[in-house]
Design a protein around this ligand. Structure first.
Ligand SMILES: Cc1ncc(COP(=O)(O)O)c(C=O)c1O
Length: 390
């Protein structure tokens, strides 16, 4: 593959455990290509090349409403859902429309680095909440809320990744979700759940969503086709109260540009209607579960005894905690020289000094052999990196 054909950020001749990309080999399926062909050569293709309805392509909205109601035992209406250009578009729009000037957004520590970036683009003050291996800690959230209120600051929103978290791989229990919902009602903030990994569960069921547990009150849930179909489609959805959805429909950029990616939305609706997505998701679950298993077994086999890691029940990521005398930036640098790329923890925190002893390992787009070799090399690098700061 020519280097200019590599996916965003990928390096040639390097084992990449760096990015949470889906495996490239899963992206262009015959079923998706068929749906493209059918739409392009049908009258719908012609319509889809026009500006689309602001809320999104109705065929896709109806499909998603039916799927979400069936899978989550909900009774949402089409007015609760809007098609967006991926989770990124939704986070950006919610930050723009629902965070008052001078208000604070609460985020997990650590959290998805590009969400930090997106909130910061809007000059939003971020406030971090501690996590443990089971996700966001409600008691820590409560303490932070009390502290913020005492200092006259109003949190507008909590941004959380409850399932198969990026970067830690953790999943928040239903009990914790319910405690957090109580706090949202008490302190009057919006919960934004970024649920892009929900369908990539390896162990069966996933806890009920914040949206389901709160009956839709003060929750916006975000889904995406990026992880279970293809990120290049730039397509996702946002689920919220009719008021929230209407506000997103009425905003300037939606009014100016119309609904998100109409041509792609028509293609994806056609693809989904054929039943292909469900079968594809179940193939992906097996593929990524195998990679997770290979990664966990390589970690047990090769890692020094003072390194700890998470055990994700789905998604793409494992989070490593290194001993105090091993610095993640140094390990990252040395690992790259040895042919393995991965992410140092520091970029996933609002606090620039946090994450110095953490690494994120993504097993989604490396082969099982590469995962095993990459982790073996990484273990050697970690052992050689003791007491070397960078
Ligand atoms: C938690 C999280 N949210 C959002 C995204 C980006 O999603 P999309 O491609 O739908 O914008 C990612 C991708 O890594 C992610 O990990």
């Amino acid at each position: 593959m020519a280097s200019n054909e590599l996916a965003q950020g990928m390096e040639q001749n390097t084992i990449s455990l760096l990015f949470g990309h889906p495996d490239s080999a899963t992206l262009s399926t015959p079923e998706l290509r068929d749906a493209m062909q059918r739409i392009i050569s049908s009258p719908q293709g012609y319509t889809a090349l026009q500006y689309g309805p602001e809320q999104g392509t109705p065929g896709l909205i109806n499909f998603l409403v039916e799927k979400i109601n069936r899978e989550q035992s909900l009774s949402i209406q089409p007015g609760n859902l809007m098609v967006v250009a991926g989770s990124t578009h939704a986070v950006d729009m919610l930050a723009r429309l629902f965070v008052e000037p001078g208000a604070v957004v609460l985020v997990e520590a650590p959290t998805y680095a590009d969400s930090i970036h997106t909130f910061q683009d809007h000059r939003i003050e971020l406030c971090s909440i501690h996590m443990d291996e089971n996700g966001l800690i409600p008691r820590a959230l409560e303490k932070q809320l009390a502290r913020l209120h005492a200092s006259g600051k109003v949190p507008s929103m909590l941004y959380t990744i409850p399932n198969f978290h990026n970067p830690t791989g953790s999943t928040l229990s239903e009990t914790r979700r319910s405690e957090i919902i109580k706090l949202a009602h008490q302190y009057d903030f919006l919960i934004v759940e970024d649920d892009v990994y929900r369908d990539l569960s390896f162990e069966g069921s996933v806890p009920a969503s914040f949206y389901a547990l709160a009956n839709g009150k003060q929750v916006v849930s975000i889904g995406s086709f990026s992880k279970t179909l293809a990120p290049g489609l730039r397509l996702g959805w946002l689920l919220g109260s009719e008021d929230v959805v209407q506000c997103c429909i009425n905003c300037g950029t939606t009014q100016m540009g119309g609904g998100a990616n109409p041509l792609v939305a028509h293609i994806v609706a056609e693809y989904c209607r054929s039943g292909s997505w469900e079968a594809h998701i179940s193939r992906l679950q097996s593929l990524y579960k195998l990679r997770r298993d290979v990664a966990l077994s390589a970690l047990s086999q090769y890692m020094p005894s003072d390194v700890r890691w998470t055990h994700p029940a789905g998604g793409f990521f494992i989070w490593l905690s290194l001993p105090e005398n091993v610095f993640a930036q140094h390990v990252k640098h040395m690992a790259l020289q040895a042919g393995v790329s991965l992410a140092a923890g520091v970029g996933f925190f609002v606090d620039p000094f946090a994450g110095a002893h953490n690494l994120r390992l993504a097993y989604s787009c490396a082969t099982p052999n590469d995962i095993d070799s990459g982790i073996r090399i990484l273990a050697q690098v970690i052992d050689k990196s003791r007491n070397v700061e960078r």
